[in-house]
Design a protein around this ligand. Structure first.
Ligand SMILES: [Ca+2]
Ligand SMILES: [Ca+2]
Ligand SMILES: [Ca+2]
Length: 199
């Protein structure tokens, strides 16, 4: 029976390692968000960043939707340290804003993909522009790298506290549960096969 458990645990770790996306190597800079323009644009130390492959409502399109989107993003990242994957293909858009995917700490092990979170919350739509990113492959949560990058853009400021974002589907716990069950079943199957084989 011990064999089954060891096998199950090993399988579980292997599968988790394969399916969970990681940001390792993709975080090119970080800093504290000091200004929110709208649901897809913000500043760090007077430098403007445009969130890649999403589009949030403009004031002239739908003022109420613009406002809701803007304050949703504000709750998610304003005053917080964000970790940015800058577009390796063009770096800037036509307005000289850095194009990026934004990550913010979700818990001790995971970042939230803020671009994806804006779409999931219906505060922005997906628009797959020409850049290094493919928004259709994004996961809402990604594993943090083993060592966090040091903020480089701005000195640390006192973070304002905001409520934990809600509304995103918690896919990760479900996936873990499913994988645990599969691992145990496969473990038992392998063990009984081995027993049979030995006989
Ligand atoms: Ca927009
Ligand atoms: Ca990049
Ligand atoms: Ca793209």
């Amino acid at each position: 029976m011990r064999q089954v458990w060891i096998l199950s645990v090993l399988l579980f770790l292997l599968i988790i390692g394969i399916i969970t996306p990681r940001v390792e190597g993709n975080i090119e800079r970080s800093g504290v968000v000091s200004w929110i323009t709208d649901g897809d644009t913000f500043d760090i130390n007077y430098v403007t960043y445009r969130m890649a492959d999403i589009d949030a409502p403009e004031t002239y399109e739908d003022y109420e939707a613009y406002n809701e989107s803007k304050y949703y993003l504000l709750d998610l990242i304003h005053g917080k340290t964000v970790y940015l994957d800058i577009d390796d293909k063009y770096t800037y858009d036509i307005y000289d804003r850095f194009v990026c995917v934004v990550y913010v700490s979700h818990n001790t092990t995971h970042y939230l993909n803020v671009n994806k979170a804006m779409v999931v919350a219906n505060h922005a739509i997906t628009k797959n522009y020409d850049n290094e990113f493919n928004p259709y492959t994004w996961s809402l949560f990604v594993l943090k790298p083993s060592t966090s990058p040091t903020p480089t853009l701005s000195p640390p400021s006192t973070p304002r506290s905001y409520p934990t974002p809600t509304g995103g589907p918690e896919l990760f716990p479900t996936a873990v549960a499913v994988i645990s069950i599969i691992s145990v079943v496969v473990g038992i199957a392998i063990n009984s096969y081995m027993k049979k084989y030995k006989k």
